[in-house]
Design a protein around this ligand. Structure first.
Ligand SMILES: [Fe+2]
Length: 234
C-alpha cells in the first residue's frame, strides 16, 4: 500500500516532533502493509518560499535518514512532497514545480475550508495550464460540507484531478458509507492517513484497508495500489 498523505518528517510542521516519533509512525505504517509513504509537510506561502521549504525539508529528511540507518526492522520507503495550501496566484508561482511529489508532475493541494468562490476554481484549472503540474486534491472528504449547495465538487471532478481521501473518513462509522461510495464510484483513487503523531492523529490506514476489503473486495484495494503506483511512476 502507498500512504499518499503524511506528516512524518521531524520538526517540519505540526506533525512529527522528533526522528524517534517519525520512526514509530513509519513502523506502525509498515505493520499494516504500507511500503511507501509520501511525506507531505505543510507548505504555506505566507511562511515559506519553495527554496526555504526545500532546504528545511532536506535537513529534516537527512536527520530522519541517519536515525533510520540505526534501525534494523524494515520501514516504508519515503517519497518527498508537500501539502501545498492554496493561495491566490498559485498558478503563476514559479516555485511550484519544486513542491511536486518526488519526480512526478503532481502536487498535493490543500484547499481552504470554506465555500470556494468561482475564482478559486479558475485558479485550480490554471495551475495545469500555466505550470503543467497536476493538483491532487488533498483530503477531499474535509471540504464536502463546505461545498454543499454548490456544484464545486462535481466541477473539480470534471477537471479530471486525482482525489485523495483520509482514512478517518472510512474509519468513522457515520461517514463510512459516503466514503465507500466515493471509492466505488471511482471519484477517490488515492488514500492517505494524514498522520501527524502517534496519539490522536496516528497512522490509521490499516483499519480503512480492512473495511474497503470487506465491503468492496480486495480488487478495489488492488486498484488503489496500482493507481498510486502509476502516479508515482513505481
Ligand atoms: Fe495534511
Amino acid at each position: 500500500m502507498i500512504d499518499f498523505h503524511s506528516h512524518i518528517l521531524p520538526r517540519m510542521d505540526d506533525g512529527s516532533k522528533s526522528s524517534e516519533m517519525s520512526v514509530s509512525m513509519l513502523e506502525a505504517s509498515y505493520e499494516y502493509g504500507v511500503k511507501t509513504m509520501v511525506a507531505t509537510p505543510h507548505f504555506y506561502i505566507t511562511h515559506d518560499t519553495a527554496d526555504k521549504f526545500i532546504t528545511r525539508r532536506s535537513a529534516s529528511y537527512d536527520a530522519l535518514k541517519s536515525h533510520i540507518a540505526q534501525h534494523s526492522a524494515p520501514l516504508p520507503d519515503i517519497i518527498l512532497g508537500a501539502e501545498v495550501y492554496f493561495f491566490r496566484g498559485i498558478s503563476k508561482y514559479d516555485g511550484l514545480p519544486k513542491l511536486a511529489i518526488g519526480d512526478t508532475k503532481y502536487i498535493l493541494l490543500e484547499m481552504p475550508f470554506e465555500r470556494w468562490p468561482e475564482k478559486y476554481l479558475t485558479e485550480i484549472s490554471d495551475i495545469t495550464e500555466e505550470t503543467g503540474l497536476i493538483p491532487i486534491m488533498a483530503h477531499i472528504d474535509r471540504y464536502l460540507d463546505f461545498q454543499k449547495g454548490t456544484d464545486n465538487i462535481e466541477r473539480v471532478i470534471s477537471m479530471g484531478l486525482p482525489m485523495q481521501m483520509n482514512a478517518e473518513f472510512i474509519n468513522a462509522f457515520f461517514t463510512r458509507s459516503k466514503a465507500l461510495k466515493l471509492i466505488k464510484d471511482g471519484v477517490v483513487t488515492l488514500l492517505g492517513s494524514d498522520c501527524h503523531n502517534m496519539d490522536n492523529r496516528r497512522p490509521n490506514l490499516g483499519q480503512a484497508l480492512g473495511i474497503i476489503t470487506k465491503k468492496c473486495g480486495g480488487d478495489t484495494v488492488d486498484n488503489i495500489i496500482s493507481e498510486s503506483k502509476r502516479l508515482l511512476g513505481l
